[in-house]
Unconditional design. Structure first.
Length: 426
């Protein structure tokens, strides 16, 4: 946006800030929040505090630095209010788990470490944040963020003190951070219609089991080497070894196959051409097949066996079944994409496909968050500063999304939002 466009919506922005930042106790802090949001939305290549202050007529670099890096305002109530405004407006088809990486020089920015950097496509010095977004094909909004703290930071007292990481914050795997965010949102009365994620998350059987335990439906991409048994495979107990030996537990007679092998075994005639949305150049269309399978592996078996033993003291060896969704484009020699889903067995394949493909919206909006709104332009080093910045970027993105979707409709004032029913329009 240019300065003229920003000035035209100043009054609307002021109302937005008053509502979203109502939990911020001081008026001067809310004024700085309004100023920071205008700086993020204004045209300009860099969205660092110095660069934004130079472009704003009321920009004061020292004041903005203090507001973001030293001020003690709590970003969590602001995040909650953004969720309460945006969930009813977007009407999400799914919530999407994703992560974003930001290359960093040096070693003193909070949680920076040599690790895989998706922005560079290689291992590099960077920060990584895990996020949960509400999404449809028309719009999305970040709901929660968690900064990934590498293991090397757990015992590095000097860097933790310098960057003001709270004592209770330690290293947690990215999939656990995703669950933490879903649990926080559940505590606010907000539940996803379904959860979608790429193979970095979907391949993790612990995450799939945790979502099922929470009663959350999912459509998760998986790698080709994830193993599963056919739906009709039945475990068989080996003969008992002697008259006084223990009864052997039932086992599947054949090793589980990879999802890639199962997909090829279906044959090309099993795949149906489906359209999942209208793209800028016409219908997006490919061939898909969906079949019920029983995912295998120790990570799958252990919780099932433990639950069965706790309930009845004996496990019949049967693994839970779920959907395997496979994409095999017309011009491809083999299937290209795979998803597992715990949605009901009567779910139409077109619904599975639409949910699997909704992740595109997050990639689209990440570009706006990073390049348009300066998500990765923050130059501070502290834990509070990072969380303040991403909350402000989320607020700017939410404001622009509101203006695009319903520019003349006032925001809802509901105390909370429950999104338990999937959207059928995506």
């Amino acid at each position: 946006m240019d300065a003229l466009q920003v000035n035209r919506v100043r009054a609307t922005l002021a109302l937005f800030v008053a509502n979203v930042f109502a939990s911020v106790p001081r008026k001067d802090q809310r004024v700085k929040g309004d100023c920071y949001l205008r700086g993020l939305m204004l045209d300009g290549r860099r969205k660092s505090i110095q660069a934004m202050a130079s472009r704003l007529p009321d920009g004061n670099e020292q004041n903005l630095q203090q507001f973001v890096n030293q001020s003690t305002w709590d970003p969590v109530p602001v995040q909650r209010r953004i969720c309460e405004r945006m969930l009813p407006l977007i009407g999400p088809a799914a919530w999407v788990i994703d992560d974003v990486s930001v290359p960093r020089d040096g070693r003193m920015s909070v949680a920076v470490a040599p690790q895989y950097c998706g922005a560079l496509g290689k291992r590099a010095n960077c920060q990584v944040a895990v996020s949960v977004h509400a999404a449809t094909d028309a719009a999305s909004c970040p709901l929660q963020w968690r900064l990934f703290v590498p293991e090397e930071w757990t015992s590095d007292t000097d860097r933790r003190t310098a960057t003001r990481i709270p004592p209770e914050v330690t290293h947690r795997e990215k999939w656990r951070l995703a669950l933490d965010m879903l649990d926080t949102l559940a505590d606010w009365g907000m539940r996803p219609p379904a959860v979608v994620a790429d193979a970095a998350y979907g391949t993790n059987a612990h995450l799939r089991a945790a979502l099922s335990e929470r009663g959350i439906g999912y459509v998760l991409a998986v790698r080709t080497d994830v193993s599963a048994h056919p739906f009709d495979a039945e475990p068989v107990a080996p003969p008992r070894n002697g008259p006084i030996g223990c009864w052997p537990q039932p086992r599947y007679r054949h090793p589980a196959a990879s999802v890639a092998d199962l997909a090829v075994g279906l044959g090309q005639d099993s795949f149906t051409a489906l359209t999942w949305r209208q793209g800028s150049r016409g219908e997006l269309r490919s061939r898909f097949a969906a079949v019920r399978v029983r995912p295998a592996g120790k990570a799958v078996e252990r919780p099932v066996k433990a639950a069965a033993s706790a309930g009845q003291g004996w496990w019949d060896g049967v693994l839970p079944d779920c959907w395997l969704l496979v994409e095999w484009p017309e011009d491809a020699e083999a299937p290209t994409e795979y998803w597992l889903s715990n949605l009901p067995a009567d779910t139409p394949i077109v619904d599975l496909v639409q949910l699997a493909k909704v992740r595109w919206r997050i990639e689209h909006d990440y570009r706006e968050l990073k390049h348009g709104l300066g998500l990765d332009h923050f130059e501070g080093r502290s834990w509070p500063g990072w969380h303040h910045h991403v909350t402000l970027v989320t607020a700017a993105h939410a404001f622009l999304t509101e203006q695009r979707l319903v520019p003349k409709v006032p925001a809802p004032v509901s105390a909370s939002t429950n999104c338990s029913t999937p959207s059928k329009t995506s």
